[in-house]
Design a protein around this ligand. Structure first.
Ligand code: ZN
Ligand code: ZN
Length: 171
């Protein structure tokens, strides 16, 4: 396992244009937010592979990692632990007029690894974060998790007919 970094000074590798370097390190994506819920990264940091290349006037970087995201299942509120794979690239050519070639995560020789890992992971989040793909959710009547019960047996008596209550009052 490599050392952990929030940001990296790319100048210290003293790469010449055309040269590259592969780095194995730990990135800190921080907390994630989805649908008003907070999700944490198991272990805080994730082992990350960075492929760094020096271009004529800047850098090209590829970042890859797999993160385990923990938080409440969106259907049953139980524990969800989802492995998300990130494979992202950034190019920074400070002299270019093209905004696509100006990475928001690279400022001069400084790579904002934590910010990039956070945003890339947010983009990788599924719209529905579930404890399992076929999560059955909660019973609309009593709120029990339908994953834990036999759904064929889990039934509720229908509301008593109000007419019967009336009859009982009369009796
Ligand atoms: Zn669930
Ligand atoms: Zn129920």
């Amino acid at each position: 396992m490599g050392a952990g970094y929030h940001s990296i000074d790319l100048a210290r590798f003293a790469l010449r244009p055309g040269e590259g370097r592969r780095l194995e390190l730990e990135a800190y994506p921080g907390q994630l937010e989805l649908g008003g819920q907070g999700y944490t990264i198991a272990g805080d940091s994730v082992p990350t592979r960075l492929d760094l290349s020096r271009t004529a006037t800047g850098y090209a970087v590829r970042m890859r990692f797999v993160a385990h995201v923990d938080g409440p299942c969106m259907r049953c509120l139980g524990d969800a632990d989802v492995a998300l794979e990130v494979d992202a690239r950034e190019v920074d050519q400070p002299e270019s007029d093209d905004e696509e070639l100006q990475s928001p995560y690279i400022d001069g020789d400084e790579l904002d690894l934590a910010g990039w890992a956070h945003d890339a992971l947010t983009l990788a989040l599924p719209l529905q974060l579930l404890c399992r793909p076929d999560c059955k959710g909660l019973c609309p009547v009593c709120g029990a998790s339908l994953n834990d019960v036999d759904t064929a047996e889990h039934r509720h008596e229908p509301e008593p007919d109000p007419r019967w209550a009336k009859l009982r009052e009369l009796g």
